[in-house]
Design a protein around this ligand. Sequence first.
Ligand code: EPU
Length: 341
Amino acid sequence: MTSTAAIFAARALPNTLGIESMGRRVAEIRSVDDLIAARRALSGDGDEVPMVLGAGSNVVLPARVDRPVLLMQIRGLAVAAKDQHSARLEAAAGERWHDVVRFALGQGLGGLENLALIPGTAGAAPVQNIGAYGVEIASCLESLQVFDWQAGRIEVWPREACAFGYRDSVFKRPEGRGRIILGLSLALKHARTMVADYPDIALELNRFGISSPQPIDIAEAVIRVRRRKLPDPRRVGNVGSFFKNPLITAEQADRIASSMPDLVRYQQADGRVKLAAAQLIDRGGWRGRVRGSAAVWKRQALVLVNGSGAGRADVLDLAAAIQADVAARYGVTLELEPQVL
Ligand code: EPU
């Protein structure tokens, strides 16, 4: 029997926001065997459910974490099946997401190009249903390999079981507790209908005179746009968008638009309207504003950054001030996008 001490140790937790956070019991998971050993080491019956971290690129951590933490590092990338038109790509949870995108492009496979350069790991990507420039990962996901911590067994979950929504999935909800993503099966295509109509990307392709883009052209355009607008987490601590774009009723959107004619509106299939939270925040003059050790990114009002040694409270105080301001001016509630632990 493996002892807890042999697997779990105290160590600093990785997170792109750059918050100093100490995990009391942290284990690196490089294989399913490691996972089983960790489960046995904790209590054997799966009662104590650990928290799983990939790159920590969508979490706001406290200074100290007592709950056991698994650092997901299982690697593996392969084309599992292939025919003339399509292919199934298998990616293990510990792979860096952008490496998955690059691998797909290298195999001449389309589908992931709009999701280039999103920070984080493959295993974390379905949790918040990562999305950018008109595409969400849910659209390419065939199934997930999931470890049920409490039952101690591996299951295959078809996409439909994941209840994907805008930046949402079952893995964010109580039903997803203890369900650890081990790997992704992605359904990709050799020739794919590209999604290139998102304004930023259309402009970028136009600038380079590309009229019938291939997946690689879109990926390169996305990478350039992201590098221009979003801070590189290796240099400036951040978790990407700090708020979700709010979904409101058409009547509410009309009311706001009556005093803001250039209101950005994305019509949803269910009749609701999605607004650009960045625009509402920006109108309040928040872009670039510094508050203690936290700040609003100068080129994207949705992104909060860790200026210098911010703790969880600094970032959450700034977020709360922004939420209060947007609620007072527009009557719109902004939900936080990262998981606050
Ligand atoms: N805008 C402003 N001020 C700003 C930034 C943007 O007025 O400071 C306006 C823009 O002019 C545009 C609109 O707001 O009309 C939307 O901006 P943008 O296209 O940059 O996208 P976003 O809605 O702010 C979302 C995602 C990003 C994703 C981009 C591109 C969410 C919460 N965010 O941002 O995802 O990269 O679209 O697809 O859905 C993330 O989730 O971490 C993330 C970065």
